[in-house]
Design a binder for this molecule. Structure first.
Ligand SMILES: Cc1ncc(COP(=O)(O)O)c(C=O)c1O
Length: 442
């Protein structure tokens, strides 16, 4: 009998006791290849000596001092490094303890920005269906993930949501990419008009959609078109790069590959590689300047936590010194091509997609018709369990097709994964999928 209130009450979990490189071990000695870095977190894998010694050093010097009274060296240094890496002009960095907090902060930032601008009616944040921005009530309000919202629906803001950009599912057979993007831009435009342009504060989305769709990158030109619509209505653009940021897609920010700049970007997960809880909201100098005059009624106890920021600095050092962005691009290409090779004739792998080491497989009943896996089968949970039995950590999800039906597997291995380990990951995934008949009896 455990006293832990588990994420899924009643479920039995193996006890993780050791990590080294891309592998984890449980108390029974079972070895797992961490093919999803948990949920796109462990970018340096496990047991990274440089990060561990940075955390030890900082904890020894001064683990924590409340930022209502003090600033600290690691937060100052990490802010400079993140601002330098961010193409947003004069970015200011607000440090938090995770992705939900970072997105809550972004929501409050856009609200305070408009109050400072004298536009007190602007409060609505338009987001997209099949998106995930976090589990706190504000972040969940802007989330489109149906299943995660459902129990709390009466407690959430009912703000407009538009279509995700998911060409595999939604681009029409006779539609060019440019026409598809135009249709999505028109939809956002109409949503802003319907909400009353003077009421809308921001549009927010994941640059590459993670947990809800399985590493779906935007269609060519999508973010440029969305930026244009935001600019036309004078609203802010917030990009959630909690999963897609910090090098996961092969560039420090995912949006660098889309030729745009948001006004605010949020980071977490890989920012500290899981060695400490850390998140960040980066706002442009213009956003910061406008609202700074009125202050920002916000804050948490662990904002700017010195030991967490020291971990963030050490992760950044490792990514730079070990030239890992280049490795993410190379290994990502290898992983996608190897998955395509293995599964090109698999009856139930509809698409292999992604950017960098952020990779998704959409599972279907029929490759031709793309008929989704029914939600009632509960396939994602079964896949997670079967993968673990094979010694693989991957991140399956459901609702991929329409918010209810559909299934995918998200892969986000550590950036340090070697070529043989990429093949091992594919082998383990192939063994896992081989145990499923996709007829509802699994
Ligand atoms: C895109 C995205 N945003 C926000 C979050 C929430 O982050 P956290 O779980 O650290 O609160 C997640 C978590 O999976 C995420 O994938």
């Amino acid at each position: 009998m455990s006293s832990v209130f588990y994420r899924a009450p009643g479920q039995a979990y193996p006890r993780a006791v050791r990590g080294e490189g891309v592998y984890l071990w449980d108390a029974d000695g079972q070895k797992y290849l961490d093919g999803s870095g948990g949920a796109a977190i462990s970018c340096l894998g496990h047991g990274h000596a440089g990060v561990i010694s940075a955390v030890r050093r900082q904890a020894g010097d001064m683990a924590f001092a409340h930022t209502q009274f003090f600033t600290n060296e690691p937060q100052e240094q990490l802010a400079v490094r993140l601002a330098e890496l961010c193409p947003i002009p004069d970015a200011r960095v607000y440090f938090l303890s995770g992705g939900s907090e970072a997105n809550e902060t972004a929501l409050k930032l856009v609200r305070q920005y408009w109050r400072s601008a004298g536009e007190h009616d602007r409060h609505i944040v338009i987001t997209r269906r099949q998106s995930y921005h976090g589990n706190t009530l504000g972040a969940l309000s802007v989330t489109g993930h149906t299943k995660r919202r459902a129990p709390y629906e009466p407690m959430l803001h009912q703000w407009p949501r538009v279509s995700p950009c998911n060409a595999y599912r939604d681009q029409l057979p006779n539609e060019t990419t440019a026409q598809y993007v135009r249709r999505l831009a028109d939809e956002l435009d109409q949503a802003i008009v319907a909400a009353g342009p003077g009421n809308v504060a921001a549009f927010m989305g994941e640059t590459v959609v993670g947990a809800s769709l399985g590493a779906v990158p935007p269609a060519e030109g999508y973010w440029r078109a969305m930026r244009e619509v935001c600019d036309r209505h004078g609203i802010l653009l917030v990009l959630d790069e909690v999963m897609a940021g910090c090098g996961r897609t092969g560039t420090w920010h995912g949006f660098e590959q889309d030729g745009i700049q948001p006004d605010i970007v949020t980071l977490a997960k890989g920012i500290s590689g899981g060695y400490q809880p850390l998140g960040a909201a980066l706002a442009s100098g213009a956003v910061h300047e406008r609202m700074a005059q009125d202050g920002f009624a916000h804050g948490h106890t662990f904002v700017g936590h010195a030991t967490a920021c020291a971990a963030g600095l050490a992760v950044l050092d490792a990514i730079e010194h070990e030239d890992l962005l280049k490795q993410v691009r190379h290994r990502g290409r290898l992983l996608r091509s190897e998955l395509r090779r293995r599964f090109s004739s698999h009856a139930h792998v509809g698409e292999v997609r992604g950017r960098g080491l952020f990779v998704g497989l959409e599972l279907v009943l029929d490759r031709e018709t793309r008929q989704p896996v029914p939600a009632e089968w509960g396939l994602p949970a079964k896949l997670r369990k079967a993968a673990m039995a094979h010694g693989l950590i991957c991140y399956p999800g459901g609702g991929t097709a329409d918010g209810k039906d559909g299934a995918h597997i998200l892969l986000a291995p550590p950036f340090i994964i070697s070529e043989p380990q990429v093949h091992e990951l594919c082998e383990l995934l192939s063994d896992t999928l081989g145990g499923f008949s996709f007829d509802g009896t699994d």
